[in-house]
Write a protein of this length. Structure first.
Lengths: 256, 631, 323
C-alpha cells in the first residue's frame, strides 16, 4: 500500500509565543518547532500499516525551509521519502488553499491511502484532511483511533463524543484523519536520523503545483485571552463550597 | 638463631632424563596455558579499538596501579578480612616470582639464588614469611568459600576454586617444608617435584578459569578509562553503542575476561538486592560467554542469549558495582553502552521510556510539564533572571523547576544565597540536562539537549553554575563535554560548605541521618561538604551504608521515569534503612533521592522521619526573608 | 433563500443541547444583521423533531429528508446539504461544532468553494468570529470578506441556549437526489468500549483519592462522589500500594497518565510523581485540608477543608444538580 502522510510543522508545545507587530500572527523568529502531535500519530499509523502489509510511506509537508527538520524527523522514524512544498505564504492561505497545495502534490503519486492528523496544534482548524478528501474526490473518515487494512478496503475505529465509538468500512483509496493517542508513538533514534540523510526529499513550489495563495476567510487579528488560569479557592462552609463548586462544574467546566 | 641456621633444601642435581622430563612438562604446561590464553588475547586484540583511549595522564594510571594492584587497597578497604587474605595471597605470589624462577632454574642446574648465601637466605626467609601469610590467607578464603558461603559468591560451589586453593596451599606448604628437610635428601627431591607439579598444573588452569585475572587484571586496572563511570563518545556514523560483537571494544573485552567473579558488584547492587533480574556480574560474564561463543567480529546481537534486555534497563547507574570492582571493570559504561545499542536502534520498547523520550524530544523537561509552569514558579518566588552580571547561574533542573518539593529546596537555597549576599540568576529558558536520556542510552535526544543548553549558557555568558541536583551537576560537567565546553559547575553542598562560617550558629541536638546520593558521592567524590552542613544543623548520624558504600534511592539511570519496579522497591529498602537509624530527620542532597524517599515514607504516615534537603536544613536557621529581597 | 441557516444535529431521535446553542447563536447573528434565522434538520423521518424545532425557531424549518440519510455518512450529508444550499445560497450557515459536523462540514464548504470557520466562541460586530488558537493560548478573529455563504460552527457551551419566543415557524421538506452508490462508507452502529477493564486514560471524569482518606474503610465516601458524577475512581500511589484499590487505578509516573475533562483530587497533596500523571487534565479540583498542599498550585478550583465534611456535601450537591 502506498501511503501519503500530510504533516504540519507547528510551534513547540512549550514555546513562548508573542504576537507579531502586525497583530495578525505570532513572532516566528526564535521559535522552536515540532511535528504537529496528531500528525505524528498519523505517521505512526502509516508506519504500522506498512510494517504489517508492506508498501511505501511518503510524507508531504508545506512550509518554508525550517519544515526540513520535521521532514527529517519523519524520515528518521521510518518514512521512505518526502515531498516538501516549499512556500512561505501559508499565512496568506486558508484551509482550502493549503489543502489544494497538498492535493496537487499528492495527485501524481496516486496513493492508496492519505493520512493526516485530526487538527493542527497552532491554527486548530481540523479541516485539512476532510477538505483534501473532497478535492481528491476520495471517501474519508475522521477522528480515527485505529486503522486496519481488510481484503475489501479499510476498517477504521472512529471516536464519537462521550466515550462512544463507531466502526466504519470504506474502500481504498481514501483519506483518513487520525486522532492523537490511538497508538503509541515511537521515539526518534540516532540510527533513524543517520539513515534519513540518504532518503529522497523532493521540493516543489506552489507555482509548480499551480496553486496561488487565496483565502475566502481571513484571520484578522490575534489577541491574548483575557483570563489566565489561576486557582480559585472556594470559601465558606463545606456545604457552601460544595454548592459553589457545583455551579462552576455546571456552567464553566460544563461537565454536569 | 637456630632459625637462621635453617636453609631452603634443594634437590640433588638432576640427570639428563630428569631434565628432559622437566623440560617436556614445562613445555606441555606452557602450551596448554598459551592455547587458551592466546585465544583470549586474540579476542581482546581483535575487538574494536577504543576511539577515545589515551595513555595520559600516565601519572594517574601509575598511581591507580600502585594503589589498587600493588597495595591491594580497594580489595582490603571494601572487604577487610577476605581482602587482607587475598592481599597476602597476592603479595605471596609477587614474592614467589623470583623463588619460582629460581626453582625451575635449579631443576636445570642453573639456580641463581644460593640458599646458603646471604642474599639468597634473606630472600628465601622473606618469601617464607609471605608463604606463611599466603597459606593462612588461602586457607581463610577456602573456609569462607566452602563453609561461610556468602551468597554473592553464587549458589553453586566452585570446586575449581577449591582445587586452586589446594594447589596454592600445596605450593606454600612444600616451600615451607623445604626448610625442614636436609639439603639434597630424597625428601627435598620429593618436595621439589610436588612443588613443580603443582606449579605446572596451576599454570594452564589460570586462563581457563576466573584466575585469568591474575594475568589480566593488572592490565585492566592500568588501562581503565579513567574517571568514574565515564561514558565514551560514539565513534563515527555507524556507532550506536553496544549492539553486536563488532561494537565491543578492546577495553570492554579485556574487562569481560578480567572478571574474578568475586560478586562484590552483586553484593552492592541495588537491583540485585531487591529481587530484580539484573546482576552486574552476570552482565560481565554474559559478555565473556558471548565472546567465547561468537567472538568480537560477530553480528549476533549482544542482548539475547547471554544478556537480557530487561536486566540492562534495571540499572540505576548508581555505580556501586564499578566502585567496588577490584579488577577495574567499568560496569556503568558497559550497561549504558548496551542501552545505547538498544535505544539508538529503536530496539527497546517501553511505554514509560518512550513517553520520557517523546517528552524530551518535544518539550523541555523530563516530567513532561509545560515550561510555563517553570516561569510561574520563577515569578512567584521572585527569582532573579540571569543577565550576565551575577556571579552564579542557579540551575533549577527539572526537579527544581517543576517538583513542588524540589521547588522548596531551590527556594531555601536562594534564601541562603540572599542572606550571604551572593548574586545569582536563573535562565529564562532551561532544558533538562539530559541526564535520564544519557543514562538510558538515547544519544539523539541527549545531544539535542546538551547542545541547546550549551548554546543558551554561552549566549547568557554564564561562567559559574550552581545546582541543587547532583545529576545535573554531573551531566553538565562530564557528559556535555562531548558537545562543547560547559561552564564551571558545582553542587550546592559545596557552595554551602564554603560559606557555613558566615551563617548564624545553630544549637540543636536533632539527630539527622545523611544519605549520600550516588551522583554526589561516588560520582563526584563529595562526602564531607554536605556532612558539614548537617553537623551545623544538628547531630549527624551515619546510616549503616554510607559514603562510597551508600545504597541508591532507586531514581538514577532514568529509572525515576520508568514504571513500577519488579521485586522490592529500592527506595523503600533504603528509606527503611535510614528510618532504622532512629534519626528524627533524613538529610538529603539530591531532589531525586528526596522525592523517592518522600514517596516511600508517605506510606508510613505520621511515624516517618521528616525529610529535608541540606539547603532546607541550612535555611531554617536564617531570619525570615525581608520582603523584596527576592526569594 | 437568504438569511442565516442553522443546521441542527439529532442523535438517537433527540436534539442535543449544543444544537440548541447553535440555534441561539444563529438567531443572535441573524438579529445582529437583520436577517431571518432558519433551521435545517437532516435525516430520515424527522417530523416530530421538526415540530419540536418549530416550537423554538422563528423563521423557516426545513427537513432535508431522504431514506439514505437515516444513518449519518459524510458523503450523504454533504451531498444532501450541498444540493439544498445550492438551490438558493444562504448568507450564513451555522453548525454546532460536534464530531459529526467536523467530519462533513469542511467538505461541504469546500464543495461550495467556501471555508468553515470552526469552533467559534464568540460573534462580534462585522460580523467577526472569534476562535481559539494555539490550544487556547491566543484568540483569533476571523472575517469572511468573500462572496457566497459563510459557514461557521459554534463551540459547545459558548452560547446560551435561551428559549426564544416561538414565531410559529413553518416546516417544509427538501428531498435531495441521492443514490446509494454515492455513499462510499459503511458506518457501523455506535458502541461503547466494554467497561470491564478500567481505562483511566480515556475517562473524561475522574475522582482521585490520596492518603488523606486515612483508611480503606473510608473509601466508599469518595466512591459515592465518583458515582454521583459518573466518574472513574482513581488513586495516588500509596493507596494502591496499600492494596486499598487495584494498581490499575493508580495515577502517576509509575501508573496511568490521564487527561480527563475534570479531575477531582481528594486528599492528595500533589507529589511530583502524581502531578506527572494528571497534568493533562482540563480542569482540576482539589480538596485538601492543608492550604499549602502543592496540589492547589495546579488546581483550577480548590476547597480547603476536611474531606470528610466536604466530600459528602459535594456528593449531595452533585446529586441535587443532576435531578
Amino acid at each position: 500500500m502506498k501511503i501519503i502522510v500530510a504533516i504540519k510543522q507547528v510551534p513547540e508545545r512549550d514555546a513562548q509565543v508573542r504576537i507579531n507587530a502586525a497583530g495578525k500572527w505570532i513572532e516566528e523568529t526564535d521559535l522552536q518547532w515540532a511535528m504537529n502531535e496528531s500528525d505524528a500519530y498519523a505517521l505512526e499509523e502509516a508506519l504500522q500499516l506498512k510494517e504489517k502489509g508492506g508498501g511505501e510511506v511518503v510524507v508531504v509537508s508545506a512550509g518554508p525551509e525550517r519544515v526540513g527538520s520535521t521532514i527529517r524527523e519523519a524520515l528518521a522514524k521510518g518514512a521512505d521519502r518526502a515531498i516538501h512544498i516549499d512556500c512561505d505564504d501559508l499565512a496568506q492561505r486558508d484551509a482550502l488553499s493549503v489543502a489544494r497545495l497538498l492535493a496537487e502534490a499528492i495527485k501524481p503519486e496516486s496513493p492508496d491511502l492519505v493520512l493526516t492528523g485530526l487538527q493542527s496544534d497552532d491554527l486548530g482548524y481540523g479541516q485539512t484532511g476532510v477538505i483534501l478528501a473532497a478535492l481528491l474526490e476520495l471517501p474519508h473518515a475522521s477522528l480515527l483511533l485505529h486503522v486496519e487494512q481488510t481484503s475489501t478496503g479499510l476498517h477504521v475505529k472512529r471516536e464519537l463524543e462521550e466515550g462512544w465509538f463507531q466502526n466504519i468500512e470504506l474502500p481504498t483509496p481514501a483519506v483518513l484523519t487520525i486522532q492523537s493517542g490511538g497508538s503509541k508513538l515511537r521515539y526518534a533514534t540516532l540510527m533513524g536520523i543517520k539513515r534519513a540523510k540518504t532518503k529522497e526529499v523532493r521540493r516543489v513550489t506552489p507555482a509548480e503545483l499551480g496553486v496561488p495563495p487565496s483565502a475566502v476567510v481571513v484571520l484578522d487579528r490575534i489577541a491574548q485571552p483575557q483570563k489566565q488560569k489561576s486557582t480559585q479557592i472556594l470559601p465558606g462552609s463545606p456545604k457552601e463550597a460544595a454548592a459553589a463548586l457545583v455551579e462552576k462544574l455546571k456552567f464553566e467546566v460544563r461537565v454536569l | 638463631m637456630i632459625l637462621l641456621s635453617v636453609t631452603l633444601a634443594e634437590p640433588q642435581h638432576f640427570s639428563l632424563w630428569e631434565k628432559l622430563l622437566l623440560a617436556a612438562l614445562v613445555i606441555a604446561s606452557a602450551s596448554l596455558f598459551w592455547r587458551r590464553f592466546g585465544t583470549v588475547l586474540d579476542k581482546i586484540l581483535q575487538s574494536k579499538k577504543d576511539a577515545d583511549f589515551s595513555l595520559s595522564p600516565l601519572g594517574r594510571r601509575v598511581w591507580d596501579f600502585v594503589w589498587e594492584v600493588i597495595c591491594q587497597a580497594k580489595v582490603i578497604r571494601q572487604r577487610p578480612l577476605p581482602g587482607l587474605a587475598h592481599a597476602f595471597v597476592f603479595w605471596g605470589f609477587c614474592a614467589f616470582v623470583l623463588v619460582t624462577l629460581n626453582h625451575f632454574a635449579t631443576g636445570f642446574g642453573i639456580g641463581f639464588l644460593n640458599p646458603g648465601g646471604a642474599i639468597g637466605r634473606c630472600y628465601f626467609y622473606l618469601a617464607a614469611a609471605f608463604a606463611l601469610a599466603c597459606a593462612v590467607g588461602i586457607l581463610g578464603l577456602f573456609v569462607r568459600r566452602f563453609f561461610v558461603r556468602p551468597r554473592w559468591l553464587g549458589q553453586k560451589l566452585s570446586y575449581e576454586s577449591g582445587f586452586i586453593a589446594l594447589l596454592i596451599f600445596v605450593l606454600m606448604v612444600t616451600y615451607l617444608a623445604s626448610f625442614s628437610v636436609a639439603d639434597k635428601s630424597p625428601a627435598a627431591g620429593a618436595l621439589w617435584w610436588i612443588h613443580t607439579l603443582a606449579l605446572l598444573i596451576f599454570l594452564p588452569i589460570i586462563p581457563h578459569t576466573k584466575h585469568l585475572h591474575l594475568v589480566l587484571s593488572p592490565a585492566t586496572v592500568f588501562l581503565s578509562r579513567g574517571g568514574f563511570s565515564r561514558i565514551p563518545p560514539l565513534a563515527g556514523d555507524e556507532d550506536f553503542g553496544l549492539v553486536t560483537g563488532k561494537d565491543l571494544t578492546r577495553l570492554v573485552s579485556l574487562q569481560a575476561y578480567s572478571c574474578v567473579e568475586c560478586g562484590r558488584c552483586t553484593e552492592h547492587c541495588p537491583a540485585a538486592n531487591t529481587g530484580k533480574l539484573l546482576n552486574p556480574k552476570e552482565i560481565i560474564l554474559g559478555l565473556r560467554n558471548y565472546l567465547n561463543e561468537y567472538g568480537p567480529a560477530s553480528d549476533q546481537p549482544l542482548l539475547g542469549k547471554y544478556i537480557a534486555q530487561e536486566a540492562v534497563f534495571q540499572c540505576t547507574s548508581c555505580g556501586a558495582c564499578e566502585f567496588q570492582c577490584p579488577v577495574g571493570i567499568e560496569h556503568v559504561p558497559i550497561i549504558v553502552g548496551l542501552r545505547r545499542g538498544a535505544v539508538n536502534t529503536g530496539a527497546w520498547e517501553d511505554d514509560h521510556g518512550g513517553k520520557l523520550f517523546l517528552a524530551l524530544e518535544r518539550g523541555s523537561n523530563a516530567l513532561g510539564m509545560s515550561a510555563a509552569e517553570r516561569d510561574k514558579f520563577i515569578q512567584k518566588q521572585e527569582l532573579p533572571i540571569f543577565d550576565g552580571t551575577q556571579e552564579y547561574c542557579l540551575w533549577l533542573g527539572c526537579m527544581g523547576g517543576y517538583d513542588p518539593k524540589g521547588r522548596e529546596i531551590v527556594a531555601d537555597f536562594a534564601r541562603v544565597m540572599n542572606y550571604l549576599g551572593t548574586t545569582y540568576g536563573v535562565l529564562r529558558k532551561e532544558k533538562c540536562t539530559g541526564d535520564p536520556v544519557r543514562r538510558l542510552g538515547n544519544d539523539l535526544v541527549f545531544q539535542q539537549l546538551a547542545e541547546a543548553n550549551l548554546e543558551a549558557l554561552a549566549q547568557n555568558k554564564v561562567k559559574k553554575i550552581v545546582s541543587i541536583c547532583p545529576h545535573c551537576v554531573r551531566t553538565i560537567q562530564e557528559d556535555w563535554k562531548e558537545y562543547g565546553t560547559p561552564p564551571e559547575v558545582e553542587h550546592h553542598s559545596e557552595f554551602l560548605a564554603r560559606h557555613l562560617s558566615q551563617l548564624p550558629p545553630v544549637q540543636s541536638e536533632e539527630k539527622i541521618v545523611y544519605h549520600d546520593p550516588c551522583y554526589l558521592g561516588r560520582y563526584r567524590n563529595v562526602y564531607e561538604e554536605p556532612r558539614k552542613t548537617v553537623e551545623r544543623a544538628g547531630e549527624l548520624v551515619e546510616a549503616p551504608r554510607s559514603h562510597e558504600r551508600s545504597f541508591c534511592c532507586g531514581a538514577g539511570g532514568g529509572l525515576a521515569f520508568l514504571g513500577e519496579e519488579t521485586g522490592e522497591r529500592v527506595s523503600h529498602v533504603r528509606a527503611e534503612e535510614l528510618a532504622g537509624t532512629g534519626a528524627a530527620t533524613v538529610g538529603t542532597a539530591c531532589p531525586f533521592c528526596n522525592s523517592m524517599f518522600r514517596d516511600a515514607f508517605s506510606e508510613k504516615g505520621d511515624g516517618a522521619p521528616q525529610l529535608l534537603d541540606i539547603a532546607q536544613l541550612t535555611a531554617r536557621s536564617l531570619p525570615p526573608a525581608e520582603s523584596g529581597s527576592g526569594g | 433563500m437568504t438569511g442565516v441557516w442553522i443546521v441542527l444535529e439529532q442523535r438517537e431521535g433527540s436534539i442535543g443541547r449544543i444544537s440548541w446553542e447553535a440555534l441561539a447563536a444563529g438567531q443572535q447573528l441573524a438579529a445582529q444583521l437583520n436577517l431571518t434565522a432558519n433551521a435545517v434538520l437532516i435525516g430520515s423521518q424527522t417530523e416530530s423533531l421538526a415540530a419540536e424545532v418549530a416550537a423554538r425557531a422563528s423563521g423557516k424549518v426545513v427537513r432535508v429528508e431522504h431514506p439514505l440519510l437515516a444513518a449519518y455518512t459524510a458523503d450523504g450529508f454533504s451531498l444532501a446539504l450541498e444540493q439544498f444550499f445550492r438551490a438558493d445560497a444562504p448568507d450564513y450557515v451555522v453548525f454546532p461544532h460536534t464530531y459529526q459536523v467536523r467530519d462533513y462540514a469542511p467538505a461541504l464548504a469546500a464543495r461550495l468553494g467556501q471555508v468553515l470557520i470552526g469552533d467559534v466562541t464568540g460573534i462580534g460586530e462585522g460580523p467577526v468570529f472569534t476562535r481559539q488558537l494555539l490550544q487556547g493560548r491566543l484568540n483569533g478573529s476571523y472575517r469572511h470578506p468573500g462572496s457566497g455563504p459563510c459557514f461557521i460552527s459554534v463551540q459547545s457551551g459558548a452560547f446560551r441556549a435561551e428559549p426564544v419566543a416561538p414565531d410559529a415557524a413553518e416546516v417544509s421538506v427538501f428531498t435531495p437526489v441521492l443514490d446509494a452508490a454515492q455513499i462510499r462508507t459503511k458506518p457501523g452502529t455506535p458502541f461503547r468500549d466494554s467497561a470491564q477493564t478500567v481505562d483511566l486514560g480515556s475517562a473524561s471524569l475522574i475522582v482521585s483519592v490520596g492518603r488523606g482518606i486515612k483508611d480503606a474503610e473510608n473509601l466508599p465516601l469518595v466512591q459515592d462522589l465518583a458515582t454521583a458524577l459518573g466518574a472513574e475512581l482513581a488513586a495516588s500511589r500509596p493507596i494502591c500500594d496499600n492494596g486499598w484499590l487495584p494498581m490499575e487505578r493508580q495515577v502517576g509516573s509509575s501508573g496511568q497518565t490521564v487527561s480527563p475533562k475534570l479531575y477531582v483530587a481528594v486528599g492528595i497533596s500533589g507529589a511530583i510523581q502524581h502531578l506527572v500523571g494528571m497534568k493533562g487534565s482540563q480542569c482540576v479540583v482539589a480538596i485538601n485540608k492543608d492550604p499549602d498542599a502543592p496540589i492547589f498550585e495546579v488546581a483550577d478550583y480548590g476547597i480547603v477543608g476536611d474531606l470528610f465534611d466536604v466530600v459528602p456535601a459535594l456528593t449531595e450537591a452533585v446529586k441535587a444538580a443532576k435531578q
